[in-house]
Design a binder for this molecule. Sequence first.
Ligand code: 5AD
Ligand code: SF4
Length: 479
Amino acid sequence: MLKLVNTAVDESRQGEAYSVNAIVFSDNTKRFFIESYGCAMNFSDSEIIASILQGEGYAPTPHEEEADLIFLNTCSIREKAELTVRKRLTEFRKLKRSRPSMLIGILGCMAERLKSKLLEEEKLVDIVVGPDAYRSLPSLITEAESGTKAVNVLLSREETYADISPVRLNSNGISAFVSIMRGCNNMCTFCVVPFTRGRERSRDVSSILSECQALFQQGFKEVTLLGQNVDSYYWVDPTTNHPVDFAMLLERVASIDPLLRVRFSTSHPKDITDKVLYTMNAFDNICKYIHLPLQSGSSRVLQLMNRTYTREWYLAKVKRIKEIMPDCAISADIIAGFCTETDQDHRDTIDVMQRSEYEFSYMFIYSERPGTLAAKRYTDDIPDDVKKKRLAEIVSIQNNLSLESNKKDIGKIVEVIIEGDSKRSNQQWMGRNSQNKVTVFDKVDDENIHIGSYVHVLVKSCTQGTLLGTIVDLPLTKK
Ligand code: 5AD
Ligand code: SF4
């Protein structure tokens, strides 16, 4: 007999490890513990892995010390992510000394890159499984139990796990990730993803729709459609022979129910179309928020990065988004200190940031990744202190932009879905508005208003990261 107990709501999961829902055992079921690093795609993959393991009779546990299987779902995108995982592995090794039957596995992007090193040289793990090989986990576990080192890092051109219903981990029961495609064909020169996650492939449209419908029926209010490059989603419906592009997919998901909010990530500036923008505009329940990575504001650096657009193209895209949806929030990924970046290139990045008036950004120092095109072609020649100084400047510019953007919302009424208690006080709720801004407001004593409810919030003040307000009694179109 198993009893699931929900753990706390996690307001920001980017780059964080998390463990599964708490669980109370009254039998000797085998247990797995899984910790995820990196992008939303990895967190979503962990839910597929949990489903595969549950199918084999394993149950999740949030306590590593009672697990029979420990999995780290890893990220290779920057060196720091890899270092964190290595540190965790050493801790798990110590745990294994007191429980030798425990198996430790590395999943995800580091698996492909470091398989032989982790297995043979450092003897840190028993199982290594790449992002396209999770279906082989049960047989690999059996192999590892018999004392053989178990590895499968084969990449696939077809695998989308379309038929697997993810087991929602650490879920607030309100918002869920839905993977719509895997891999990436873009070959940005700095990026390891095309090597660790393989070629791009889209998931069957009907399986995406069924997953979203099922989530809505279970009470979820928001889905985020995930892919490395969602705008190149493309699926030919075998029953009708009609192709489905990303705009059409968005429309179909948004049509499930007006009460189901739809978000998506990530867009590529070269691929996002007017058709997508018009579809977003046509549906109230498609959130007015686009994550549009910039990487650099210098056309010269963009070319070295193989981003296939110029600063002018990027700025024209931002202008188009605002023309079609003036209230649309935009966020970016920005890399400081890419190979050969000059002070002028850096100033060009800041200039694009200011012109684009981003609501948020994810900002990184360039980290050379072995095997990437940049590592082969260019020298990582920007000194660390210069990279850090440039990053600090970019962060400070973004902080100002975020604050200015939030200040403009003071006096507005925003629609929010209540996701849980705010981080600071259990007397307050938090949720996000359509623009993905975290909004915090006092709880009210009304049985119709609870986690999962749509509420209107009058914004009264703000910080750089949060809108602060009070619930107002407006006739709600949504309950
Ligand atoms: N160094 C620093 N940042 C990187 N990213 C990808 N590869 C690297 C790298 N080698 C950033 C990009 C990407 C985001 C997910 O991570 O900005 O959009
Ligand atoms: Fe990496 Fe570029 Fe693909 Fe994004 S679009 S995953 S940055 S190669």
